[in-house]
Design a binder for this molecule. Sequence first.
Ligand code: TZP
Ligand code: MG
Length: 208
Amino acid sequence: MKKNFGLYLILTDPVAGYEACAQAAVDCGLRYLQLRMKNAPCAEVVATAKAIRRITQGSQTRFIVNDDLAIAIEADADGIHLGQSDQSLTEARAAWSTPGKLFGLSTHSMEQALQAVALAPDYIGVGPVFPTRTKADADPAVGPQETARIMKQAPVTAVAIGGITAANLPGLLDAGASNFCVVSAVNASPDPAGAIRELQQIWKTHCF
Ligand code: TZP
Ligand code: MG
């Protein structure tokens, strides 16, 4: 069954700090929170992941680690998120198969979205919807209409990602993409809870 959960927050270099941002995600009742620390020393990622695990433990916020299966295991994360060019996806899927743990995959086209289903992901990311400066090697922007079309056709829960802001979110939601993921729209704010609430309010207005 496809889930309608709204905002999925990814933490990358948050201005307010990782722990404050994770706490804001919990306080705002977000369902999914991902730690995505690119180019940080492994020990720092592990320590941050463990701190976020403590903050999210027992809350409704599921904690997902990007890229690194070993760190996800060490921090006892609820999920792992991998991209198309990460380690062997088939091997990672086999190693991460505990019931209840989440497995997410990035996709950038209808073809990838439909192929991803073979790995039985709990959800797929679809995008980038809009141009983004957050991801250095981002694929070309898919656009809101095509993103929504892929999300509707995907047989698993799908989440739109890439360049989403409070300004362009209404158009994306109106196109039919009800789950969305942001990095900079929250991480660049000194008031992450305020930024999250603004996005949640837009989602509620457009999706209910
Ligand atoms: N994958 C596709 S686009 C992207 C990722 C991780 C970056 C999204 O960041 P932002 O700041 O919300 O555009
Ligand atoms: Mg990756």
